[in-house]
Design a protein around this ligand. Structure first.
Ligand SMILES: *Cc1c(COP(=O)(O)O)cnc(C)c1O
Length: 392
């Protein structure tokens, strides 16, 4: 066991507040007793508030984000259906792969890794789809591999302009509970989230929201599903039950996590993530290194991917930080493997914790001979935080 422990700077699982961790640690209860409903229903209600929805049906499965994807796809689509997905990083790539393995025809819009999703390109494909073959648009709100945020409202706008009735499925695993997510306003049909990122919990819950339209699509979807069949969940929820053995402690943690976020106030949570992210980006600029995200309007407030100089293997940074300083950063994935390292800055972070990550990254880069001046990023971030933090 480690006596002392540093915060992690990976983009999930994230650091956990002590009281949320404790809320997950529960004595055994009988999940068929009325106590269970008192844990399940507030957790579902909490999630609805976090995603700004009055009408979403929230389903909570044991699993991670990937299980949430499978829930979304199998409960709304049939083999042979066509969908649109933009590939702009590893997570959108994996969602494409999952659809293809389910026999779904994917119209892939290839994008530069570092660019956001183009709503215009989606609109063009929908306009051209005269015989309504396309059943859904799948979008990754925050591409965790590149630190790129896409505009879900704009994608909804493009779908409306094309007068197309495809479903809108959104991966919000690394955005929900960290930056603004508007399920109702954007008329999202299915949202996928997970417990281990913005909710500051251990991994283990796939959190999925369905619109009324998605609930209807579920009736005619023919992809096989058993464990992830929302019809069984829906039926059981109506009587405060669960179709299988639920991870009660994690659900209790989710209820407490939602309350914690709502007590801080969503606007404050979003502002905190913005401020911490800006401090990190200010530091990166002072290092003279480029950010993977190609324009400021798509900068992610939960994760920054930083490009390292040509010929340098960025994985060294992750290994060296772990070995020498016991600090975890995110590796580059897929197309940007070895080319970027990532600083996760979501969940239970403060300006002061962020500074420790920036300072560590700096020591590591200097150790490895990169042309970075010790203290340069820290000083820039200190300056930013000094001028933008605290209660006024
Ligand atoms: C973390 C993450 C996932 C889910 O991955 P799991 O390991 O299955 O939880 C999915 N999408 C995005 C954008 C993510 O950041």
């Amino acid at each position: 066991m480690l006596v002392s422990q540093n915060p992690v700077f990976i983009p999930g699982p994230t650091n956990m507040p002590e009281h949320i961790r404790k809320a997950c640690d529960m004595a055994t209860i009988d999940h068929r007793s009325p106590i269970f409903g008192k844990i399940l229903q507030p957790a579902r209600e909490g999630v609805k508030k976090i995603i700004k929805s009055n009408n979403a049906e929230i389903f909570i499965f044991s699993g991670t984000g990937t299980a949430g994807w499978e829930t979304a796809i199998t409960n709304s689509l049939s083999a042979g259906d066509a969908v649109i997905i933009t590939r702009n990083g590893m997570f959108s790539h994996r969602w494409i792969d999952m659809c293809q393995r389910h026999g779904i025809i994917v119209h892939v819009i290839e994008a530069i890794w570092g660019d956001p999703i183009s709503a215009t390109k989606i609109g063009d494909l929908l306009e051209a789809d005269n015989d309504n073959k396309i059943k859904a648009v799948l979008a990754t709100h925050n591409e965790t591999a590149t630190g790129v945020k896409s505009d879900i409202g704009a994608i909804r706008g493009a779908m409306d302009s094309a007068k197309h009735d495809a479903l809108l499925l959104v991966d919000g695993v690394s955005s929900v509970a960290s930056f603004d997510f508007r399920f109702d306003e954007w008329r999202v049909d299915i949202l996928v989230a997970g417990s281990q990122k913005g909710f500051m919990m251990p991994p283990g819950l796939a959190i999925v929201g369905f619109s009324e339209k998605a609930m209807q699509a579920n009736e005619s979807a023919t992809l096989p599903r058993t464990y992830f069949d929302i019809r069984d969940m829906h039926k059981s929820y109506a009587s405060n039950m669960y179709p299988y053995t639920p991870p009660v402690g994690l659900m209790n943690g989710l209820h407490v996590a939602c309350n914690t976020l709502l007590e801080e106030g969503l606007d404050n949570v979003f502002a905190r993530h913005h401020r911490i992210a800006e401090g990190v980006r200010t530091a990166v600029k002072a290092w003279g290194l480029p950010i993977c995200a190609n324009s400021p309007d798509c900068y992610s407030n939960t994760i920054t991917a930083i490009r390292t100089p040509e010929g340098f293997d960025s994985t060294q940074i992750i290994n060296h930080a772990a070995q020498k300083y016991q600090v975890a950063f995110g590796i580059g994935l897929g197309d940007v493997a070895g080319k970027v390292f990532r600083i996760g800055h979501l969940g239970m972070l403060t300006d002061v914790l962020a500074l420790s990550g920036i300072a560590t990254a700096e020591m590591v880069m200097v150790d490895l001979g990169l042309d970075v001046t010790l203290g340069s990023g820290v000083a820039a971030a200190q300056d930013y935080y000094r001028n933008n933090s605290g209660l006024l």
